[in-house]
Design a protein around this ligand. Structure first.
Ligand code: ADP
Ligand code: ADP
Length: 221
């Protein structure tokens, strides 16, 4: 469960990026965050990831206050983040290696993810030789491979072509239905939010607060 309590973020003493956000997200929920450009969506997500400290208020995940990044909260950014000096497979297995997962299991998992993201044949390629969409898919796989209990995504499919985006949305829902991860997904697109989520949190423009929460869990029927 994620509890966001009266969180506020002010940049440079006068830019109120997040006004006052309070929100509870139940374990296993898939929540999209919608709102106008510049209303603080990314800032809110980075605070959940522990990358940015709130100016005031608290965030707890499964009862623990978020104070720094942690692999149990996987984060997928707008622009893919891959280590350029590692191959696609090395990138995907890196987190597992850090967490002490044995080589055999790493290989098996990597193979599964590489197939899932449609990059078979590119395991030994370096990120710079791949297209933006391919890199983004690999970045997603890299985060998913460590099986985080919370998945934070900042418009991860924004730069993908329509067909790849649809495929990734589908894969994401598939993974989510199997793992029961708590997901928070920032997007500009109402269609994407409706397709993916149980709940849509609408933020108002700056200084942002929660304008409404729309329950769309019946969208599977
Ligand atoms: P979106 O998430 O809507 O695509 P961006 O994250 O690109 O938008 O940026 C939203 C706004 O925040 C823009 O006006 C941009 O100029 C501003 N912005 C982003 N990062 C910074 C920063 N480090 N310092 C100042 N302004 C920033
Ligand atoms: P969104 O993701 O909704 O587009 P952001 O969280 O990127 O919004 O930005 C919220 C506001 O905070 C924007 O007005 C942006 O200009 C400002 N901002 C974001 N990052 C910084 C930063 N590092 N320094 C100063 N202002 C920032």
């Amino acid at each position: 469960m994620i509890e966001i309590d009266s969180v506020r973020k002010v940049y440079n003493e006068d830019v109120v990026a997040v006004g006052d956000v309070s929100l509870t997200i139940e374990e296993g929920d898939f929540v999209s965050v919608l709102g106008p450009s510049g209303c603080g969506k990314s800032t809110l997500l980075f605070m959940l990831g522990g990358f940015i400290e709130p100016t005031s208020g608290t965030i707890t995940v499964n009862g623990e206050q978020v104070t720094s990044p942690d692999p149990s909260r996987g984060m997928v950014f707008q622009e893919s983040v891959l280590f350029p000096w590692m191959t696609i497979k090395e990138n995907i297995t890196w987190g597992m290696k850090v967490l002490g997962v044995g080589e055999e299991e790493r290989e098996r998992e990597a193979e599964e993810y590489i197939e899932m993201i449609g990059l078979s044949g590119f395991e030994d390629a370096y990120p710079n030789s791949l297209s933006g969409g391919m890199k983004q898919r690999a970045a997603m796989a890299r985060v998913l491979a460590v099986n985080p209990s919370v998945l934070l995504m900042d418009e991860p499919f924004g730069a993908l072509d329509a067909q790849t985006r649809e495929m990734m949305q589908h894969e994401l829902l598939d993974i989510w239905s199997q793992t029961g991860q708590t997901c928070m997904f920032v997007t500009h697109s109402i269609d994407e939010a409706l397709y993916l989520s149980d709940k849509i949190v609408v933020l108002s423009s700056r200084p942002s607060s929660v304008e409404s929460i729309i329950d769309v869990s019946e969208h599977f029927e």
